[in-house]
Each structure stands twice: as C-alpha cells, then as structure tokens.
Write a protein that binds this ligand. Structure first.
Ligand code: FAD
Length: 474
C-alpha cells in the first residue's frame, strides 16, 4: 500500500512527505531517532524557503515562531546593508531554530496524512522493476514503489546505493552548544566583540533565560566526530580564544560540526533518490543547508508524485538531478569560499577586505545575496525569456495574490490575456485569468515548484510546452 518511503524525518524528508501528500501519494517516513533532536543546528530560513512556505500556505505558522531580520551580513559574515529592491515580496530572513522548523514540518506532513514512524532505522535496500524493498534494523521488510534517502550527511541510503560522494573531508572543526554563563551579559558582549574583530568563527550569543549559544573553534578534528565534546573541552577552547571561559556551566547540549564539502555523483539510481544532506554536505557558513534541502524536496515532490500517478512525461524525474545537482554544486563553492574568508591567515584576510570593498557596489552585494537566499536560482530550461527557469516572486492580482493560489501544489497558468486555455490538462494545471501591475508578460506557466516553464501569449506555443512538464493531454 505504501507508494513512497522517505528514509529520514529531518526537514528535507518532512517537506518531501508533505509535498507528496498534496498529490495524494501514500507516503511513509522512517525516522531512526525515537525522539526529535534537542540540539539546534540551523537558525533560520532564507528568502526562497520563506517564499516556498508562503506558496504552500504555511508561512503564518513560521512567522508566529520566528523573528524577521534584515538580509544582511550573511555572506561570510561581511556586514553590509541589504541591497535595495530585492526581487521578492519577502525581503527578510526568518530567524527560527531548526527544532521548531522540524516540528512545524512534521505537523504539516501528519495533517496531510503522511505516516511518520520513529525509532525505525533503514539498514538495507534492494530494488527491481516494480519497486523497492527496505529493510529495517528490527528485521522488518517494507515494500514501496519508490524510496527517497533524506537520511542526512552520513546517509545509509547513499552508501547502500554505492553512489560516490566525492569532495573534501573535514579539516576544521567547530564546537557548538547551549550553556549558561557565569558573568554579566555586558561582559560577554564586550569580550565577544573584541574576539570577533579577528576570529569570525567565534560567538557567544544570548538565547534568553540566561542561556547562550556558544560557537568556538575546536583544537583539532576529533577522532570520533559523532561524539559530543565535553564541557571541559568547550571551556578550554573559550579560554584559548577569549582569555576567559565566561564561567559556562549547565549545558543543555553540546555538539561539534566540521567543514566537509561533498556532493553525491547521482541523485537517482532507478527507483531510489537522494535529497538534502544525503546528497550534499558543506560548512554551515551562510546558513544554507536546510534551505537547500527544503528546496530539493519542493523540486522533487511533484515530479515523483507524477511518476506515481502515471502521467509523468519522459525525463521528468531525471530533471530532478539535472536541475538540483548544479544548484548544490554552486552552494558548495559559495560555502567553501566563505570558509576561506573566515580564516585568520593574512592572505584570506586581504581577500576579505577587498571583497568587502567590492560589496559596496550594489550589483555585487545583490549577486551574493541572491545566491545565499536562492532567489537567483535559474534552472536551464533552454533559450527564452529571462524569467524562464526562474522562480516567480509573489505578485498582487486584482483578486488577491499569486502565492495564495499555489497552496495545492499544482501547475498554474496565470493568464493576463484571457485568451489562453489549459484544456486537456485541467486536472493538473489551474488556469487563472487575472492581471497584475507587477508582471509585464502576457501569461506565465508555473510548475508546482513555482518555477517558470513558459512565458508568452500564443496558445499553440503553450500547447507545445505543456507536455514537457505536465505529460500528455487527458
Ligand atoms: C552547526 C550547524 C548550523 C547550521 N545552520 C544552518 C542554517 O543556519 N541554515 C541552514 O539552512 N542550514 C544550516 N545547517 C545545515 C542543516 O542543519 C542541515 O543542512 C539540515 O538539517 C539537513 O536536513 P536533512 O533533512 O537533509 O538532514 P538531517 O537534518 O540530517 O535529517 C536526517 C534525518 O535522517 C535520520 N536518519 C539517519 N539515518 C537514518 C536511517 N538509516 N534510517 C532512518 N532515518 C535515518 C536522522 O535521524 C535525521 O533525523 C547547519 C548545520 C550545522 C551543523
């Protein structure tokens, strides 16, 4: 009865499960951990993920738990004002702990009818022409038509598939945790400001209730990287970098992370796919990993649902790799570059200073912000209008807003001419006749992920384009 097994209930797997449920796919999420993680990795959502939440009617929930911040200071922590007139209706970053994001996405997937089974570790898999068999640690075997490995950077699914994960191992490690401090807040702030003038990988920031998030370079790379550091190790490193350990005590949790940078060679092997950290890992600088995974899920969800439903055109599912692999490759470059720019060595410091000067040019600042926020992503859908392959920002219509029409995850023809038709595809594509002051093209065809598949006003041209994304006319 299961159509898709999602291995891993992190943000990528949960978002994917919800996307699949929008199309009625019977989905089971297998999550190894019996309880949700307590430690907080990602701290926020960037513009494109915020837009995605808006497109699915979820933004209100996230705004209720998050704090809006300027889109500034993200690229290697270089402090510049946000570029003017960013092409989005959501020109902010939403500060929200990953534990809350995970909870909200789990609630959403469950509401839509996904089953999430905790304490279930996938340990084996095999596939044939009809489907995939997953083996769990307790010996249970489950059968589904497809399986997606969203099981994080150490992905079991990726290893079982034998997919290469080339790149660089961790060379630099950082300690992270939430602790109480034994000195006044002003002392913490003054010391941190002083240390951060040269050491950008250092931070002790208040979270409220006397708890601080501590980030400090580790002494080296631990032999067992999955083991959390001790409080003594954190104290020692704080003293080494700040000359004081701030009297830290009572840790809520402690963790460590590295700067390994790797990209899966293939995102698909037959009926098994990879998404999120299972497909790519990179340093957290700039805060992109969770966002990248959510956007993988939104690219993959409708394509996989189309396969399951039987209307997917030839090559649709493979376009997941073609489109998302280059996006991750670009994020790897951006995060690698940022890690270099955080170095305290004289060479990288000189490059940082030069880049900081260049970012005073509005176009340079905008280019980097569009990369980090992922609103600059353009899939290669061939020659055509500049909007082709890009996501379309939310625009006002005479009867509401564009994104409010996209909650169901279907294709959408926004037709300002009133002369076009989606007859034959009406079961997959909505046809909205309306006008917008913010859109200077006659009509635009949006895929369920919000990316532009066609621009124009010619019905015959539209009909030629439809099958590539929405299959044969019904
Ligand atoms: C310190 C730090 C700060 C970060 N800050 C940011 C940030 O600000 N912004 C941002 O976008 N990203 C950030 N990231 C990255 C972000 O945390 C990850 O990219 C994100 O969690 C990836 O989501 P995922 O669902 O792909 O994988 P994960 O979150 O790793 O989830 C994978 C899930 O799979 C489960 N699992 C593993 N193996 C199995 C198995 N065999 N069977 C079943 N289940 C399994 C795991 O228990 C886990 O729940 C940060 C990362 C770190 C380390």
């Amino acid at each position: 009865m299961i159509e898709v097994i999602v291995a891993g209930g992190g943000p990528t797997g949960l978002m994917l499960a919800a996307e699949l449920r929008l199309h009625g796919v019977r989905v089971l999420v297998l999550e190894r951990d019996a309880e949700p993680a307590r430690f907080v990795r990602a701290l926020g959502l960037h513009v494109r993920s915020i837009e995605v939440m808006d497109q699915r009617g979820l933004l209100g929930r996230f705004l209720a738990h998050g704090r809006r911040r300027e889109v500034a200071g993200f690229f290697a922590g270089i402090d510049k004002p946000p570029p003017a007139g960013l092409d989005t209706a959501h020109g902010y970053v939403l500060g929200i702990p990953q534990t809350t994001t995970d909870r909200l996405l789990a609630e959403r997937a469950t509401e839509l009818g996904a089953e999430i089974r905790r304490g279930c570790e996938l340990v084996g898999l095999s596939q044939d022409d009809e489907g995939v068999t997953a083996e769990l640690a307790d010996g249970t075997r489950l059968r589904a038509r497809y399986l997606v490995g969203c099981d994080g950077g150490r992905s079991t699914v990726r290893k079982l598939l034998g997919v290469g994960f080339p790149g660089e191992p961790t060379r630099v490690e950082t300690l992270l945790g939430e602790v109480a401090v034994g000195v006044p807040p002003e002392t913490v702030a003054a010391v941190v400001a002083d240390v951060r003038r040269t050491q950008k990988r250092f931070g002790v920031g208040p979270l409220g209730d006397g708890v601080y998030r501590v980030v400090v370079p580790a002494e080296g790379v631990a032999e067992d990287r999955s083991a959390p550091p001790t409080l003594d190790e954190v104290r020692r490193q704080l003293r080494a970098y700040a000359g004081t350990d701030f009297g830290v005590h009572s840790p809520r949790w402690l963790s460590r992370f590295g700067d390994a940078t790797r990209l899966a060679e293939r995102y698909r092997v037959g009926r098994v796919l990879l998404a999120g950290d299972a497909a790519h890992v990179h340093p957290p600088t700039g805060g992109q990993g969770l966002n990248l995974g959510i956007q993988d899920a939104v690219n993959l969800g409708w394509k996989l649902a189309a396969e399951v439903a039987g209307w997917a055109p030839e090559g649709l599912l493979d376009s997941y790799h073609t489109e998302r692999h280059p996006v991750a490759a670009d994020v790897l470059v951006t995060t690698r570059a940022q890690m270099e720019l955080l170095s305290t060595e004289p060479g990288p410091r000189a490059v940082r200073r030069l880049l900081s000067e260049l970012m005073d040019f509005e176009d340079v600042n905008r280019y980097l912000v569009e990369k980090i926020t992922a609103i600059g992503v353009r899939y290669d859908l061939g020659e055509g209008h500049d909007l082709l392959g890009r996501r379309l920002r939310d625009v006002g219509l005479t009867r509401g807003r564009l994104y409010a029409l996209m909650h169901g995850g279907r294709g959408l023809l926004l037709d300002q001419t009133g002369r076009l038709s989606v007859a034959g595809w009406a079961d997959r594509v909505d046809h909205v006749v309306d006008v917008s002051d913010e859109l200077d093209v006659p009509a635009v065809l949006l895929r369920p992920d919000g990316h532009v598949a066609w621009v124009g006003d010619d019905q015959r041209d539209l009909l030629r384009r439809m099958p590539r994304w929405f299959g044969a006319a019904g």
